[in-house]
Design a protein around this ligand. Structure first.
Ligand SMILES: NC(=O)c1ccc[n+]([C@@H]2O[C@H](COP(=O)([O-])OP(=O)(O)OC[C@H]3O[C@@H](n4cnc5c(N)ncnc54)[C@H](OP(=O)(O)O)[C@@H]3O)[C@@H](O)[C@H]2O)c1
Length: 326
């Protein structure tokens, strides 16, 4: 409680400053992150803290202890819950402004567990939900062409029926995949592979850029249903040109076939390897991701929505890969 006998101009200013600071502390927004022990989830937690949020991390009883301890050491309020228990999940959601789901898995996680988390968020009166999409815009991809996107589409139908505002972050592929030795960039053969169209611009976003944008979107009281972002947009031609420039060696385009060829190949491989249905990333799923990347081109990005954010360039990314490869 502040008491003033005589209020001068400078006292008034100090009072207003104290009041504003006090309100800011009281009004600090709390965001719940489910999947905070994961690769992207951990980065989102870090970005949220950097952007001034209170973070509540939802972890499981059997989550990796060292990861949970790391969260506890980082000013995060860690809540352990049984992910099959609606009551416990609802309690975990109480008082938060947004639930960010960064879960990874198959139908039991992306559809079943996320649905329970969604129901808990609605029951707790949470205003907003960000689902674990973080992908190429699967709403523009035909059902059946990408198993993991089909799971996200199934969850989206439930999310769109729920009494909660939702926002999907569509970041294309993580830019780090350029280091994974896919045909997209072959540092050994010095080629940039493509299906169908060497000029189709694909979206690449680094995990850290995705995390920083997601944190800003989680703290934004009102966001559209889908936000498209990309650290950079690059075609196969652009990959070859950038690699040639940065690595100072000539990179050539490598035509890999049509998209219809790739789709047929993926369907054959999926049918031949049913054991992959129990894995998150069987080989045919990885190939389905590549097919999706060559199937969608986003014309307008939402990168400028939060002007404080900066974006990794294609030059920086490919330079880093070249340095690592030496
Ligand atoms: N666009 C791209 O190129 C790209 C690439 C990779 C990933 N992603 C997307 O990014 C998101 C996160 O992926 P990630 O690579 O960060 O995943 P990750 O490192 O495997 O982390 C997954 C998280 O989910 C939690 N989890 C798994 N099963 C669970 C369950 N049954 N109940 C509750 N929690 C569970 C894990 O918790 P525990 O620690 O308790 O196991 C962990 O925190 C996913 O949507 C994924 O598809 C996109």
């Amino acid at each position: 409680m502040f008491t003033f006998t005589k209020v001068g101009k400078s006292d008034k200013n100090s009072f207003n400053f104290l009041k504003k600071t006090h309100n800011k502390i009281l009004m600090k927004t709390t965001i719940l992150v489910a999947g905070a022990t994961g690769n992207l989830g951990g980065r989102i937690v870090k970005a949220l803290l950097e952007q001034g949020a209170n973070v509540r991390a939802l972890v499981r009883h059997n989550s990796d202890e060292s990861k949970v301890e790391h969260l506890k050491q980082s000013r995060v309020d860690v809540v352990t819950a049984d992910m099959n228990n609606l009551e416990e999940l609802t309690k975990a959601c109480e008082g938060v402004a947004c639930v960010v789901s960064v879960l990874q898995g198959l139908h039991d996680v992306i559809v079943d567990t996320q649905t329970l988390l969604l129901n808990a968020a609605v029951a707790a009166g949470v205003p907003r939900f960000i689902p674990s999409d973080f992908s190429t815009d699967f709403t523009q991809i035909a059902p059946g062409e990408n198993r993991n996107f089909d799971l996200r589409r199934e969850f989206k139908e439930r999310l769109d029926q729920a009494l909660i505002a939702a926002t999907s972050i569509m970041n294309g592929a993580f830019a780090e995949i350029l280091a994974y030795g896919t045909p997209l960039l072959n540092l050994k053969d010095k080629t940039a592979g493509y299906w169908e169209n060497p000029d189709l611009k694909m979206d690449f976003t680094t995990m850290d850029d995705t995390a920083a944008f997601t944190a800003a979107a989680a703290l934004d009281a009102s966001t559209p249903r889908i936000l498209h972002i990309a650290s950079f947009q690059l075609s196969a031609n652009g990959i070859a040109e950038t690699a040639t420039e940065v690595l100072q060696q000539p990179f050539k385009l490598a035509p890999m076939g049509t998209l219809a060829d790739l789709s047929a190949h993926n369907q054959r491989e999926r049918a031949a390897h049913p054991e992959g249905e129990q894995e998150v990333f069987p080989r045919w799923q990885q190939s389905q991701y590549i097919q999706s990347m060559f199937s969608v081109q986003i014309d307008t990005l939402d990168n400028d929505r939060y002007p404080d954010l900066t974006w990794t360039s294609a030059l920086e990314m490919i330079k880093q890969l070249g340095q690592r490869g030496r």
